[in-house]
Design a protein around this ligand. Structure first.
Ligand SMILES: [Zn+2]
Length: 315
């Protein structure tokens, strides 16, 4: 994904600050995944490091800096993310970053650090980063990327210039999806709640089939059919994140339909408890968040499906 149309506004405003020499020391790129925060951060890093930037602010792609960035070996570009065998960003990683930022720049330009996902820093790491943000070194930009910025300490958020990524207008999203070669952009966008990046990902990875599969499982359970253990097992082992997303959106669709006396994807209208259905929607979303943590996913999935089955009206 190159820079998308909905990136134009934040891009222009950062570019203006670059021209006047007032680039913030710390940026927080915040918003749901699928809106291209990563691509935006990469483009920004390239642009800051490029020695012959174009008028529109984009990197030239040919100077020594650009070549080094493309090769992943620019000494003034530092990536911090969760290490392979860990679940969070550690304090050692942040300390090493601070030490590097305290050294002088290798190429006389900017030093750029990208921290992603910034909301997955442990407490000590956050505290260490806060110290660095309080005493910024000249010529360095720290870019934090976060899908869930509310999980970041307020002290960190307040020290960053925030750039919010929001769902673009439907027409922009549809046009962009068409440009990406998606054959049925409207269906893909509906499937992903208006999030174009997710729509693209899911249209490439059989999102429609997977959603239908989830709907079938939930329908079977609510009709007293289906093997609970087998379904929980399958959902845990195969694309749990996407399944939980689809499950939650299906429940919401059912809720909306029931409120206007339509049948919805599960025809639960008759006798189903709508408050419980709304609670189940929350439970499915919470479960999705918990997939990232140390919770035992299979048990969690089983509990979720058991409460789904309990939603069905008595026959
Ligand atoms: Zn360049």
């Amino acid at each position: 994904m190159s820079l998308a149309p909905w990136h134009a506004e934040p891009w222009q405003s950062l570019l203006a600050r670059l021209r006047t020499g007032s680039v913030p020391h710390a940026l927080l790129l915040a918003g749901p995944s699928g809106l291209g925060k990563r691509e935006f951060a990469d483009a920004l890093a390239r642009s800051l490091l490029c020695t012959s930037r174009a008028d529109d602010g984009s990197a030239c792609g040919a100077c020594k800096s650009c070549v080094l960035v493309s090769a992943g070996s620019h000494p003034d570009l530092i990536h911090i993310s969760i290490l392979e065998d860990k679940t969070q960003i550690s304090v050692d990683q942040i300390r090493a970053l601070s030490e590097r930022l305290a050294l002088s720049t290798q190429y006389g330009g900017w030093r750029v650090a990208l921290i992603s996902p910034a909301d997955e820093m442990n407490l000590n790491a956050s505290n260490a980063l806060l110290k660095t943000l309080e005493e910024p070194s000249t010529g360095s930009v720290i870019v934090l990327l976060s899908d869930q910025p509310s999980r970041l300490p307020a002290t960190i958020r307040s020290r960053c210039q925030r750039v919010d990524f929001r769902l673009p207008a439907r027409t922009d999203a549809l046009a962009w999806l068409r440009d990406q070669g998606v054959t049925d952009p409207a269906a893909a966008l509906d499937l992903s709640d208006g999030n174009p990046g997710r729509a693209l990902e899911w249209s490439r990875a059989n999102g429609l089939e997977l959603r239908a599969d989830c709907a079938n499982d939930l329908r079977a359970l609510s009709q007293g059919r289906g093997n609970l253990l087998e379904i929980a097992n399958r959902w845990t082992k195969n694309e749990p994140e996407r399944r939980l997303w689809f499950a939650a959106t299906l429940a919401r669709e059912q809720l909306r339909a029931a409120l206007i006396s339509e049948s919805g994807p599960f025809t639960l209208t008759a006798g189903a408890d709508l408050t419980k259905l709304a609670e189940w929607f929350d439970q499915a979303n919470r479960s999705r968040d918990w997939l990232r943590g140390p919770v035992r996913s299979e048990l969690m999935m089983l509990e979720l499906l058991i409460s789904w089955r309990a939603l069905a009206p008595a026959p």
